[in-house]
Design a binder for this molecule. Structure first.
Ligand SMILES: [Zn+2]
Length: 270
């Protein structure tokens, strides 16, 4: 009797071990199999549409594609009023990957759903239609504005980066699911610098960040991320402390890519 019980326990333990180790291993193998099939298509989409990607080295590009692939496969994309196209999830995911490329935790794992709208939409708390927002149910953005920002067609603005910046702080400070240790620690230092500028701006100081950054500290953060990537040269010259704190926080410096270009043209004053 005791022998049967012992065998049952051993079999149960072996089965439990298979569930813990075996299934994640199979899932990872399956994921790697899909990645090998999709990597070239991802590369082509990013190379055609994504400015940030084209400034990376070959090794960085490989890492960028892998992260983008993982991000896409960890989310459900919903298309509201428009037809899905292959590049849509890739480019939205790439925006999140851009923001967190210097960090370890990039998946925004709290969020499962991303909604892409055809046009601006209404929320009950706002009088005017909006272009994007984030709440605990998902990340929401309008495709035309996302594309304009991605293509650098809106001065200092990038809707995708703006919403991903909100999502990143939401994950790190509200949900606690998908926290990046470096980011959550360093953010306090960023806030010290940011708060001073925010108060000065609310007292009348004009800066490259513009009026929208004065609404509250959440918007200040999201706008500062947009300008950091979209206009790093001006931000560096106008608000050097803010630029440095963002570079430290995100562990990347958009000026490096520009430096490489300007150095090759014998100009290195940035
Ligand atoms: Zn916002």
């Amino acid at each position: 009797m005791a022998g049967i019980l012992l065998i049952t326990i051993v079999l149960f333990l072996v089965f439990a071990l298979y569930l813990v180790i075996g299934i994640p291993y199979r899932v990872r193998r399956l994921l790697l199999h899909h990645y090998r099939n999709d990597a070239t298509a991802y590369h082509q989409i990013l190379q055609t549409h994504f400015r940030y990607y084209n400034r990376l080295t070959s090794a960085e590009k490989e890492r960028f594609v892998w992260r983008t692939f993982q991000f896409v496969n960890s989310k459900r994309f919903h298309y509201v009023g428009l037809k899905e196209r292959d590049e849509m999830p890739v480019l939205v995911a790439a925006t999140a990957v851009q923001l967190s490329f210097g960090l370890e935790n990039f998946e925004l794992s709290f969020f499962r759903d991303i909604y892409i709208f055809k046009n601006d939409y209404f929320l009950t708390q706002y009088k005017a239609p909006i272009q994007g927002h984030v709440n605990r149910h998902g990340i929401y953005l309008t495709w035309p504005h996302f594309v304009k920002g991605m293509n650098g067609m809106e001065s200092n603005a990038n809707l995708g980066l703006h919403e991903m910046a909100h999502a990143y702080t939401f994950v790190n400070f509200v949900t606690g699911c998908g926290v990046d240790k470096h980011f959550s620690k360093e953010f306090k230092r960023y806030m010290k610098v940011a708060k001073t500028i925010y108060l000065e701006m609310n007292a009348g100081r004009k800066t490259i960040l513009g009026h929208y950054a004065t609404l509250n500290m959440h918007e200040f953060w999201a706008v500062s991320v947009e300008v950091f990537f979209e206009n790093p040269v001006l931000l560096y010259h106008e608000l050097p402390e803010l630029f440095q704190s963002l570079a430290k926080l995100l562990q990347q410096n958009p000026l490096n890519a520009i430096r490489k270009k300007t150095l090759s043209a014998n100009y290195s004053s940035i």
